[in-house]
Design a protein around this ligand. Sequence first.
Ligand SMILES: NC(=O)c1ccc[n+]([C@@H]2O[C@H](COP(=O)([O-])OP(=O)(O)OC[C@H]3O[C@@H](n4cnc5c(N)ncnc54)[C@H](OP(=O)(O)O)[C@@H]3O)[C@@H](O)[C@H]2O)c1
Length: 317
Amino acid sequence: MKAFGFSEYGDPSVFQEIEKDIKDPKPDQVQIENMAFGINPYDVLLRQGQFKGGRELKFPFVPGNDLVGKVVKIGENVKTFKVGDYVINYRPSGAYGEFVNASADKVVAKPATLSFLDAASLPTPGIAAYNAWHHFATITDDAVIGVVGATGLVGSLLVQLAKSLGHHVIGAASAKNADYAKWIGVDEFLAYDEAYDADRFDAQADVVFNATLGGHDNGLSDEIVKSNGQIILIANLDYPVKTDGVKVNHVDPTKGYSNLEALEFWTKLSATWGVSLRVENNLSFTLTDVIKAHELVEAHHSGKTVIQIEKRKRSSF
Ligand SMILES: NC(=O)c1ccc[n+]([C@@H]2O[C@H](COP(=O)([O-])OP(=O)(O)OC[C@H]3O[C@@H](n4cnc5c(N)ncnc54)[C@H](OP(=O)(O)O)[C@@H]3O)[C@@H](O)[C@H]2O)c1
């Protein structure tokens, strides 16, 4: 099978096409024919060698955590899926390849309500958003929710989660993304790159999720949060919080939380309420496009970048 990976750390040009064998699935595994996979900032950091010393890679290394595909073979113990099912898989690596074997308990069914491109984008930001909400925040039914970075991958999922539960949502992003923010449900939009009415937003949110890149929000989370409220950090915070009594929680990746529970939450929400991800770049399964995808993510191009393997018209994908 064809895959894309690298045998040395470096810039996107280290990618090469790799021919790999695919073994039959083990008794508890399914074999998935990959239809599309999402590119994550994490893939870029791995390729750059930023985790050298922490996570040692075996070269040639095929990255990729998030994919959607079709089950083509099942192991003898698997009862939960059958050949032909469309599934979403979150995995440690290997999603940049045509086929993968995955434990059946690391796979969820793709709901018909979620497009293939959205499904390929969901796992990594979905797990981060789910964990932030369920494991790091304490949220009362009437809490006003602030999402700083409301139009990003993680932030937009948090907005949709909050709206599905009936919360009032204050969302911040740049002015050019105001329509998208309102479309996913933001009730009050704050454009961080324009003058805004500070009185309207100051100390208004019980819980603020900071989902900006690297946590850089120029103090906005601290501005929006109420005294004794909470700030939940998806990344970091580069300033001391001044508002009284605020509890700051950092979303640490941990093996203690179930990735499957998070994915099942989103697939269920997609079927009952609707979930949308902002896929901006739909590229093809070629070396040129894999390199381009990494360049886009490295340049912090907004919206999700997905590589589509199966050749269907985008309207049906
Ligand atoms: N993506 C993932 O799967 C994932 C998973 C775990 C953790 N993380 C971490 O979570 C953070 C967010 O990731 P992401 O992929 O969701 O990022 P993203 O898609 O780039 O979104 C960033 C968001 O922050 C907004 N923003 C930028 N500067 C801002 C400012 N000064 N004030 C307010 N909002 C601002 C952006 O709005 P505009 O685009 O309108 O400027 C956008 O809505 C990153 O640090 C990432 O490493 C991400």
